[in-house]
Design a protein around this ligand. Sequence first.
Ligand code: ADP
Ligand code: MG
Length: 240
Amino acid sequence: MIEVKQLVKSFGSLTVLKGVTLKVEEKEVVVLLGASGSGKSTLLRCLNFLEFHDGGEIWISGQKIDPHKTNLNHFRENVGMVFQHFNLFPHKTVLENVIEAPVHVKGMKAAEAKELAYELLKKVNMQDKADVYPDMLSGGQKQRVAIARALAMKPKIMLFDEPTSALDPELVGEVLQVMKQLAKEGMTMIVVTHEMGFAREVADRAVFMHDGQILEQGPPSAFFENPQHERTKQFLGSIR
Ligand code: ADP
Ligand code: MG
C-alpha cells in the first residue's frame, strides 16, 4: 500500500529524516512512536505531500511518487490525514465541513456528497450535529468530525498525527473508539499516538523513531514487553 525507502528530509541545514525505510501493507495498522522532535510528524507530512522529501522514495499503491513531477491531487485524495488540532473550517457547519472536499476537489454532486456525509457522520456518531458550527462542539466531537471529513475523500490510507493529544482525558476514549472501529473495518492506518492501550489492542505493528530514523519495530506485544534498544526502553519508561 505504502512504501518508503531511505527517505530524507531537511529543513535548511537541519536533517530531520535521515533515511527512513518503512512498508505498510493493506489493512495494516501501524503505531508510530518516538520522543518529541524525532520526526514523526515530518514523516506523515511527507507521506501526504504537505512536505516534499529531499531524498529516497515514496511508493503508493505500486507507483513511485516524485512530488515535483507527479500531479499530487490524486495521491492526496488517497491519503487522509487527521491532525492534533482538528483544523475544521470555523465558518462552516459540520455537514459543510464534511462535504467541502468531495464537492470542491472531487467535483461530487452536492446531493451525493450530503448523503455520503450523513453516512460518515453516523459512523463517527455525530449525525445529530450536522447543522452545528465547530465552536459548539467539544474537542472529541470536533476530532470525530475531522475523521469523517478525511473519510469523505474515500482515502486508501489514513494518517493520524496525535489525534487525541489535545483532548481532555475524558474525551480521548470516544475518538479512539472511532479509530478502533475503522481499523476493524480494514482501513490501512499509520497512527502517531502515545496511547499505549490503543497501540497494544489495535496495532499490528509498533514502530519506534529516534532522531530521524526507525530504531526498532515489531508486533506490539514483543515491542512493549521486550524492547531491544536502550533508547526504546527509556522512551517506554518515560510514557508509562
Ligand atoms: P515529532 O512529530 O516527532 O515531534 P517533527 O517531525 O515535528 O517531530 O519535528 C522534527 C524536527 O524537525 C524538529 O526538530 C522540528 O523542530 C523540525 N521541524 C519540523 N518542521 C519544520 C519546519 N517546517 N521548519 C523547520 N524545522 C522543522
Ligand atoms: Mg509531531
